[in-house]
Design a protein around this ligand. Structure first.
Ligand SMILES: [Zn+2]
Ligand SMILES: [Zn+2]
Length: 209
């Protein structure tokens, strides 16, 4: 199933003009089967988004994009950002302790706080975002190469802050996912790959199991 695992809503992210209802209607219309709400440092929009999702018969999952000292990191399984500044390695341990997964967002984007070459020093990522809607092709290609080098699977997400970008990049999951637990399990089991627009093109990363 195709999921846009990186989106921002106007409720949870000040930088987003994407209302949850528009996100859900647009995603559904574009043939996407679920979205993950990954607002900056908060999950406060998730409940409302899930309610709207139910109205439209559309699956909404909750995650968070945590701004660490070294850059932005996607997490699933963490529902509250720890107060104060946090380092990536610290975050990884915290999220793993609660059974979640950690994925560096747009690791080689230079226009937003990103891990960059510090990616080589951090241990314990569950995947790497290799297709990010706000990163350039070059930056995404650097991320894909890093994933290959680190032997980590790659995710895709639009990082949508408006209707336009919804579903631009996606993650294809081999199994049907119904909730966050199943999403996390699928990521841990590496049963997914990054896809370009709407999954109509070639999957760019297939991972031997
Ligand atoms: Zn970001
Ligand atoms: Zn983002």
């Amino acid at each position: 199933m195709l999921i846009d695992i990186h989106t921002h809503t106007s409720i949870g992210s000040r930088c987003s003009i994407l209302h949850p209802k528009d996100l859900i209607i647009t995603a559904k219309r574009r043939g996407i089967e679920a979205v993950c709400i990954t607002d900056h440092d908060t999950t406060k929009a998730v409940k409302l988004c899930k309610e709207i999702g139910r109205e439209y018969g559309f699956l909404v999952l909750g995650g968070m994009e945590v701004r660490c000292e070294e850059g932005d990191i996607l997490t699933f399984g963490l529902w509250e950002k720890p107060p104060g500044k946090i380092r990536v390695q610290e975050l990884i341990e915290l999220v793993h302790d609660v059974g979640g997964v950690v994925i560096p967002a747009h690791p080689f984007r230079t226009e937003a706080p990103s891990l960059g070459d510090r990616i080589w020093e951090v241990r314990g990522f569950d995947a790497i975002e290799v297709l990010n809607g706000n990163a350039s092709d070059y930056q995404n290609e650097l991320a894909r190469k890093a994933a290959l080098k680190l032997d980590l699977p790659g995710t895709g997400g639009s990082d949508a802050h408006s209707i336009l970008a919804v579903g631009e990049y996606l993650t294809f999951f081999e199994d049907q996912i119904q909730n966050e637990e199943e999403l996390i399990a699928a990521i841990k089991e590496r049963k997914f790959h990054a896809e370009n627009n709407l999954g109509t093109g070639d999957p760019i990363m297939n991972w031997p199991r």
